[in-house]
Design a protein around this ligand. Structure first.
Ligand code: VGL
Ligand code: ZN
Length: 201
């Protein structure tokens, strides 16, 4: 079965010195680069917010980063401003190979965040990635990147629900881990049938 490596959000703002730095974020670049040649397709995702995005704490007077607000589509964590379209923080880390087949951008609608590479946080607006993968018969997916407990986990859970065979290679992921979010994400992925660990060599 044709396979795809989906590289989630390996962008400057999620690496050391970035606006929403994930501890050791840049450490995933070397293992991910080495994995790329083993897949039939490589897809990169890019968190891509307009300035003033509704997921930014700065857009909610009186609210602090990492707090929770209620949006029309449900609870939403508020983040520091990050991955603003066209800024250096939104660019891929310089050490990441960028010779993939497709770049899918997400979170570009001001009113809705998008952790998953498949659906925005309203759980209904598709990004188009499902159609692309099915069209190329890429049903065997390995996910890597940042952050394990947000964009990687949400993408993996959606992919499993959509019927893809899904693996998350944790050796090439790093987590934010906000109030137990990493443990919750690992448990949710296990229960959904997502394979956790390294893929076949
Ligand atoms: C992410 C929080 C906000 C991620 C993106 O890539 O995991 N997390 N935007
Ligand atoms: Zn974001």
């Amino acid at each position: 079965m044709p396979s795809a490596l989906i590289v989630i959000d390996v962008q400057n703002d999620f690496c050391s010195g970035g606006a929403l730095a994930v501890a050791g974020g840049e450490e995933v670049t070397a293992p991910i680069n080495a994995m790329m040649d083993r897949y039939d397709a490589v897809i990169l995702t890019q968190d891509w917010h307009p300035a003033g995005h509704s997921s930014f704490a700065s857009s909610h007077p009186g609210e602090a980063a990492f707090g929770l607000v209620e949006m029309p589509y449900g609870p939403q964590v508020l983040w520091p401003d990050h991955c603003v379209q066209g800024t250096p923080g939104a660019a891929f880390h310089k050490d990441l190979r960028q010779d993939g087949d497709l770049i899918i951008r997400k979170g570009f609608r001001a009113a809705v965040d998008s952790y998953s590479a498949f659906f925005e946080n309203d759980k209904t607006t598709p990004t188009g990635l499902e159609g692309y993968l099915r069209n190329r018969d890429l049903m065997d997916l390995t996910l890597v990147g940042l952050a394990t407990d947000f964009c990687v986990a949400f993408s993996a859970l959606d992919a499993a629900r959509l019927g893809f065979d899904v693996r998350v290679d944790l050796s090439a992921c790093r987590a934010i881990d906000l109030e137990g979010s990493l443990n919750t994400a690992l448990k949710d992925m296990q229960e959904a049938g997502v394979h956790l660990g390294q893929g076949p060599a």
